[in-house]
Design a protein around this ligand. Structure first.
Ligand code: TRP
Length: 335
């Protein structure tokens, strides 16, 4: 049982508000797969978080199961990683409430994601959007993780989590482990194919390759990928002056295992015309087994249910221990 091991604990969550894409895979999930044996891992679908923005209920349900199936298809073995759905473990909402009472209005007001999202959804600036970092802090602190791998955009929330944990510990003794954000050394930062200045994201679908895209879609997206307007038109890695080509090179390197120097040599004198379809083909071959396996798993409802039930059971056991301690410390009567 992993609970009893000395391994460091790693935890991360992803919002099932859309389909997974190549950036999620090459930038995050693939690293999680590589670290499976090194850490005690918790990966969950943050479905409660998605409610801060209006969702289409049927889409939310479908995306949640699709993401879980894709996690497994990408190589996250459910026997070795605790995979679960956040709303299946009530302790998240319960500790979330408590932490709301230990997080300051001023702190929450400084969160840049809140400012961005309230600008974007000006007609729905709800309380959940504002207090969301408290729920995220609960997600994390329940499992006493050592590391929380997150992207740049979530670092501020992990910082807040550390501050809240320290504040709570100062009042009540060592209840929470204070986690570190974990920025992996490896892992490609995949940029949009239409706009290499922005991260690949589902909000720019034409520049985004989804894990379940069919080969023809992938081919088309790479054919239309923007390259740079410099005059030399050669395949050379230079993110500052040639962001489009450099992004394609990183993707190609991540999919084939070739070095950037190898790639420059391979396409020497060939221009962009030969390079773009080659990147498309490499991505198609990388994603093919993942797409096929995701479809197969999605068709096997009973298996998927087994996975998320077992995951929630294990997670609830660990989370329950922390929650009981917190309730006791703050003075709630034990049931
Ligand atoms: N807030 C994260 C995001 O939007 C998702 C998330 C929720 C998360 N809870 C978490 C990430 C806990 C890491 C740990 O991407």
């Amino acid at each position: 049982m992993t609970e009893a091991t000395e391994k460091k604990v790693m935890l991360s969550g992803i919002q099932p508000s859309g389909a997974l894409h190549l950036g999620n895979y090459l930038g995050a999930i693939r690293n999680w797969v590589e670290r499976t044996d090194e850490f005690d891992n918790y990966y969950f679908l943050a479905d409660l978080h998605t409610l801060t923005v209006r969702q289409v209920p049927a889409d939310l349900r479908r995306h949640t199961l699709e993401l879980l199936a894709s996690y497994i298809a990408c190589g996250l073995d459910p026997e070795k990683n605790t995979l679960f759905i956040q709303s299946h473990v009530p302790a998240h909402a319960e500790l979330g409430w408590v932490l709301n009472c230990y997080t300051m209005f001023g702190e929450l007001s400084r969160m840049t994601q809140f400012k961005d999202k309230s600008a974007k959804h000006a007609d729905n600036i709800n309380g959940g959007l504002f207090t969301y970092p408290c729920l995220m802090a609960a997600d994390i602190l329940l499992y006493q993780p050592d590391y929380v791998p997150v992207g740049e955009d979530q670092k501020q929330h992990v910082e807040l989590t550390r501050n809240v944990a320290q504040r709570f510990n100062n009042l009540y003794g060592e209840v929470f482990k204070v986690p570190e954000p974990y920025i992996p050394k490896t892992g490609a930062r995949v940029m949009s194919l239409n706009d290499p200045a922005s991260k690949m994201s589902k909000s720019i679908p034409e520049g985004c390759v989804f894990l379940l895209d069919e080969p023809d879609d992938i081919r088309r997206k790479f054919k239309r990928a923007v390259t740079d307007s410099d005059t030399e038109r050669c395949v050379r890695y230079d993110p500052e002056h040639k962001p489009g080509v450099s992004n394609l090179m990183s993707i190609y390197a991540a999919c084939t295992g070739k070095s950037l120097a190898d790639i420059e040599a391979e396409f020497d004198g060939q221009g962009y015309g030969a390079f773009k379809p080659a990147v498309g083909d490499a991505v198609i071959e990388t994603l093919r087994p993942i797409r096929e396996e995701t479809r197969r798993i999605l068709a096997d409802k009973a298996y998927l249910e087994d996975v998320y039930r077992a995951g929630a059971e294990k997670a609830a056991r660990v989370a329950g221990r922390t929650l009981r301690k917190v309730y006791k410390k703050v003075g709630l009567v034990a049931r």
